[in-house]
Design a protein around this ligand. Structure first.
Ligand code: NAD
Ligand code: UDP
Length: 341
């Protein structure tokens, strides 16, 4: 199949591109490089052992998207092209609603005009909101989100489900990611946040490599076994493999389906720090700070549906996640910039 990856130069898109190509599919990447760089595309091609067609374009640009769909007979789109920083979304809600909603509408319109039959969407566990009990299961209602980023995901799911209801020829797969971490085992591609990382794992990795002095752990008085928050961390290559299964599933189904992509096992912030130290043989200096506003104490996935329907299950361990993150970070201390600048 020919799969168009909107936002495919980013963290999850780059790993998915490699796994799709390894499974025998072809990919096209469309990215405006607002949170990534062309070097990532070079490295995807290097890992895949064949060239990758990439377009520098804004997915909100309908004329550009129509031209790309007219030039290429795309079988499926994966929509990764979103802004994703929770805190920034609180400060810049209009930018988040504009980019995330508009990319989705533009893709759906251009797909309809060009007869592209299926779309896989990067959703998030954040749509379960603050009220649902864990483990989260797909049949639970959307909850109320604590920030504009979460609301964009919730709204985009609704838009995609409505589009599938109205168009019997359209297949929609909504993938709710839990907490992706890790990197390709080669160390050639990985997560490369701009500025100070918001998420735990890239922060830990930057402390270990000497780019940051210490980690602040946001709260140690939660009602969890060690007092720090717990999350369902999933290896990004397992997540990428879930996309391969989702693309193949979408080709033979119509309507909208939603799947959790998680491991079903939560780890605490302290467990992550200690596992990272073990796997990197570096010490990670940390101190406890106040809770971060909006954080939930803990949540994790019920991932049974993906196993039963897609035949997908996360295989990689927490040690794999830490070892591969460290390989990427130690080989690329400044991210992609170390080679591209
Ligand atoms: P990322 O920022 O690394 O990748 C997103 C890519 O989209 C970037 O390359 C960026 O340049 C591109 N992009 C953004 N807006 C664009 C536009 N208008 N036109 C063209 N390209 C555009 O993020 P990621 O971690 O790979 O996440 C991918 C998707 O998964 C996002 O939608 C994100 O919200 C979602 N998600 C991520 C996580 C996570 O923890 N990383 C968790 C749940 C959901
Ligand atoms: N966290 C932390 N320090 C950091 C970043 C994150 O203690 O510098 C904690 C955060 O409070 C949460 C967990 O790590 O409990 C995972 O946070 P992340 O932002 O990676 O993912 P989230 O689940 O919030 O999307």
């Amino acid at each position: 199949m020919l799969v168009l990856l909107a936002g495919g130069a980013g963290y999850i898109g780059s790993h998915t591109a490699v796994e799709l190509m390894a499974a025998g599919h072809d990919v096209i990447i469309v990215d405006n490089y607002s949170n990534s760089c062309p070097e990532a595309v070079e490295r995807i091609a290097e890992l895949a052992g064949r060239p990758v067609q990439a377009y520098e374009a804004d997915v909100k640009d309908k004329a550009a998207m129509l031209a790309i769909f007219q030039q290429n007979k795309v079988d499926c789109v994966i929509h990764f092209a979103g802004l994703k920083a929770v805190g920034e979304s609180v400060r810049k809600p209009l930018e988040y609603y504009r980019n995330n909603i508009d990319t989705t509408l533009t893709l759906l319109e251009a797909m309809r005009e060009c007869g592209v039959p299926s779309i896989v969407f990067s959703s998030s566990a954040t749509v379960y909101g603050e009220e649902n009990p864990y483990p989260y299961i797909e049949t639970m209602p959307h909850g109320s989100c604590s920030n504009p980023y979460g609301w964009t995901k919730s709204m985009m799911e609704q838009i995609l489900e409505d589009a599938a209801k109205a168009d019997p020829g359209l297949s929609v797969v909504l993938l709710r990611y839990f907490n992706p971490i890790g990197a390709h085992a080669s160390g050639r591609i990985g997560e490369d946040p701009q500025g100070v990382p918001n998420n735990l794992m890239p922060y830990v990795a930057q402390v270990a490599v000497g780019r940051r002095d210490h980690l602040t752990i946001f709260g140690n008085d939660y009602p969890t076994p060690d007092g720090t928050c717990r999350r369902d961390h999933i290896h990004v290559v397992d997540l990428a493999d879930g996309h391969v299964k989702a693309v193949e599933y979408a080709a033979s189904h119509k309507g909208a389906e939603v799947f959790n992509l998680g491991t079903g096992t939560p780890y605490s912030v302290l467990e992550i720090v200690h596992a990272f130290e073990r796997n990197s043989e570096k010490s990670v200096k940390f101190e406890f700070g106040p809770r971060r506003e909006g954080d939930l104490a803990e949540f994790w996935a019920n991932a049974d549906k993906a196993a039963a329907v897609l035949g997908w299950k996360a295989e990689r361990t927490l040690d794999d996640m830490c070892r591969d993150t460290w390989k990427w970070q130690s080989m690329n201390p400044q991210g992609y910039r170390s080679e591209s600048e």
